[in-house]
Design a protein around this ligand. Sequence first.
Ligand code: ASP
Length: 302
Amino acid sequence: MKPSIIVHGGAWDIPVEQVDAHIKGCGHAAQTANDLLVRGASAVDAVESAVMVMEDDPIFDAGRGSVLNQSGQVEMDAIIMEGSTLRSGAVAALRHIKNPVKVARRLMEDTQFSMLAGDGALKFALSKGFDECSEEDLLVGRELEDYKVFLKTGVLQTREEFSGHPLDTVGACAIDKEGHLACATSTGGIRRKLAGRVGDSPIVGAGAYADDAIGAASSTGWGEKIMAVVLAKTAIDLLKQGNDVFGACEGSIDTLARRVDGLGGLIMVDRHGRVGYHHNTPKMAYAYSEGPSGENRAAIRR
Ligand code: ASP
């Protein structure tokens, strides 16, 4: 079958001056993954590559560019999931590694475990040959500025902050030529979080879910609310119940808004290669290449 890929670069507000960089970053990630897929790569390879491109791009809150916690540290969460086996690998509150999604994949493929947190996750990465990087390697100026403001004011993110500020978790969903599905999500989490806070992103069913029989989904937004409605799995269940891919995205975001007053966004690919997306934040950055329709797009949705 014809492969498809969709990626997101967060669903919050995106300041006008950052719009182009978000579209470009998402477009580059989708293009990289699509090039792999058309050459016969697996969906797992495709979502890992797309997410790595965005982890390396400092415009996004993942890998380099991640936000700082209340102790001035970068702690990152990531997950990858394979729809053929329902296996997943995840890391939480991981420090000093440039590409958390790669560590998550090694965990999924090399071990019997599904999630590692903190020091254990770092030790595992180092044991697999990953390079340890410094905090400065991951830190960008805008996050340092925000941290200075936090030290002065002590103000945490409010609901208004969530809807009005850029927070750019990244994610990808793909289907390959064999019809296998995969998804991945990676984030620095939310600004000014408590040290050790883990959001929805690395939690299977909340931050991502993939099942070859149905579809694949990746979430972004206010993690505590997304966890409450298990957003990615809720969308997959809606797809299974007969909704089309856009209906499933809209229905799950509607549940997020209605049940817990949450804010967020979601991307999906169904088992036929149709892509979908929806959000209730001011904007969401995304890009896709949809095999069945031959359509390619990189945009910010308002
Ligand atoms: N969901 C992420 C978290 O709460 C943040 C985001 O998607 O921007 O950690």
